[in-house]
Ligand binder design. Structure first.
Ligand code: ATP
Ligand code: MG
Length: 332
């Protein structure tokens, strides 16, 4: 069953310098109990997409088009109070800056209890018990429920926010870069946490990260964004084994192999796209080693690859894939 579907989402920000076309026709859907990743470099539109889904865009943002459905409901049509209920009870959000999600003058335990008691008829005693359970789930010491946010390290605060997000058994958890800026050991623990939670609950996950190794460990399906457009989407195993859009190939090379020591880290050459106008052709065309005249003038549609649950938006997908396979063969 489809839990969340996003269809042709377009979001523009009005800025002093003019409009920024940050999301330019993004479509994807997430089924029940699926871990879904949104990936792509900085400024590709990942957080904007998440905020559009959640109704948390700032006032200077405009949703120009798009259908957003969650469990069969039109999220764009919700009233503010309906949205307020949805946000805690059904869709939990772990924002990119987790610290911002916590109130500095309230103990973390009190904050989580408040979230629970606002939405559920639960006694003080049971709410306290639930907070301790949640602390155990995310691997935090239950003696620390009465501590304040500043008394926790960055990694622990991130876990507090995860605990808060889980408090009401949401159907979907949207986590925006939950491990960025944390040291590798803490990152691993958070990832283990997320996987454990996925096993124990019936929830789906929308994980936003530019880290392909995290995606390989945690997610079932993914979309690769560039300049606010989806360049490739499908099952993570297919997509990472058989990247077919040149941008995905570049991204893959830009991240260390899971089994390597990370020495071969290179980034995709070139500058991020200019979002001041919507691209007429493929957003990645100026940086793409395979680009042709068509690529500059016609926007490629997402098309399914035969025999695979993989969709690619690239005029030169066949040529790029052939060359990658040859390079792979030469390397082994
Ligand atoms: P990152 O990996 O750095 O978090 P992202 O993929 O989440 O990047 P977004 O935050 O969605 O990217 O930003 C997409 C584009 O929209 C960027 O060019 C960014 O500068 C612009 N943008 C994002 N938020 C705002 C805002 N509040 N006002 C104006 N422009 C914004
Ligand atoms: Mg972001």
């Amino acid at each position: 069953m489809t839990l969340l579907s996003v269809e042709d989402l377009r979001v523009r920000y009005g800025t002093d310098e003019g409009a920024l076309h940050s999301v330019n026709g993004v479509s994807f859907s997430i089924d029940d109990r699926v871990n879904y990743a949104l990936s792509g470099e900085s400024a590709s539109g990942k957080s904007t997409t998440a905020k559009a889904i959640l109704g948390l865009l700032p006032d200077h943002a405009t949703i120009e088009s798009g259908e957003i459905e969650f469990a069969g409901r039109d999220l764009r049509a919700l009233t503010p109070s309906e949205r307020q209920d949805l946000l805690w009870e059904e869709v939990a959000f772990i924002p990119q800056t987790a610290i911002d999600a916590l109130d500095p003058v309230m103990t973390v335990g009190a904050q989580i209890r408040q979230a629970i008691q606002t939405h559920r008829e639960v006694s003080e005693r049971n709410a306290r018990r639930r907070v301790r359970e949640l602390f155990e789930t995310v691997g935090l010491d239950t003696d620390r429920v009465d501590d304040y946010p500043h008394q926790f390290s960055g990694g622990m605060r991130q876990r507090v926010v995860i605990a808060m997000a889980l408090a009401l058994d949401p159907k979907l958890i949207i986590a925006d870069e939950p491990t960025t800026g944390l040291d590798v050991i803490v990152q691993d623990k958070i990832i283990d946490n997320i996987l454990q939670i996925q096993e124990e609950t019936d929830s789906s996950l929308l994980l936003i990260t530019h880290d392909l190794s995290v995606i390989a460990e945690t997610c079932d399906e993914m979309s690769v964004l560039y300049g606010g457009t989806v360049l490739e989407q499908g099952r993570v195993d297919h997509l990472l084994l058989n990247p077919t859009n040149p941008y995905t190939m570049g991204l893959k090379n830009a991240f260390p192999d899971l089994n390597s020591d990370g020495d071969d880290l290179v980034s995709v050459p070139g500058e991020p796209p200019n979002l001041e106008s919507t691209p007429t052709g493929c957003a990645f065309e100026p940086r793409c080693p395979f680009s042709t005249e068509t690529c500059a003038t016609e926007r490629p549609e997402l098309e399914s690859l035969p025999y695979r649950s993989q969709r690619v938006a690239c005029h030169e997908a066949d040529r790029a894939a052939r060359m990658r396979r040859e390079a792979d063969r030469a390397a082994t």
